[in-house]
Design a protein around this ligand. Structure first.
Ligand code: CMP
Length: 140
């Protein structure tokens, strides 16, 4: 297995409830290293650009309004098979379907307010990391 990097976002429902540290602990316990991290407040336009691939989905407006509703923590996670491993740690998109011990099972409020985002493939990880971070900010 190769060392990979993936983009993670701790969403506004989680920052609002002061869960950043508990979520980061889940990543670190799974062997993922946080090699870049910053807390930002997205504008609606920035959220819409990030989720451009979902523009035609019925939930696009709800999703982007929510992502711009409060601070998020954007971060780059690095480790063995980091993209898959992070998705395992996050759990299913809908917390009702998430396995015990996953972030979404423990913390998510709904399919929309689901506490974390993680890249779904190497190509999207590269694009999503570059959306938020310069190479100089990735300190592995
Ligand atoms: P995320 O991994 O950030 O990628 C797209 C997001 O769309 C997803 O997590 C969910 O939070 C959100 N999403 C998916 N389905 C729905 C839905 N039916 N209603 C609201 N948001 C949704």
């Amino acid at each position: 297995m190769a060392i990979e990097r993936t983009l993670s976002i701790i969403k506004p429902d989680a920052t609002r409830r002061n869960l950043t540290g508990r979520i980061n602990a889940k990543f670190e316990e799974a062997g993922l290293r946080i090699i870049a991290q910053k807390r930002i407040h997205l504008t609606l336009a920035q959220a819409q650009k990030f989720y451009e691939v979902h523009r035609e989905r019925p939930f696009f407006g709800e999703l982007t309004t929510f992502m711009a509703s409060g601070p998020v923590v954007v971060q780059v996670l690095e480790g063995e098979a980091a993209i898959t491993r992070n998705r395992e740690v996050m759990g299913a998109t809908n917390p009702a379907n998430a396995a015990a011990g996953t972030i979404r099972k423990e913390f998510a409020l709904s399919v929309g307010e689901n506490s974390v985002h993680g890249s779904d493939a190497p190509e999207t990880a590269a694009v999503e990391i570059a959306y938020f971070f310069s190479g100089l900010e990735l300190v592995g």
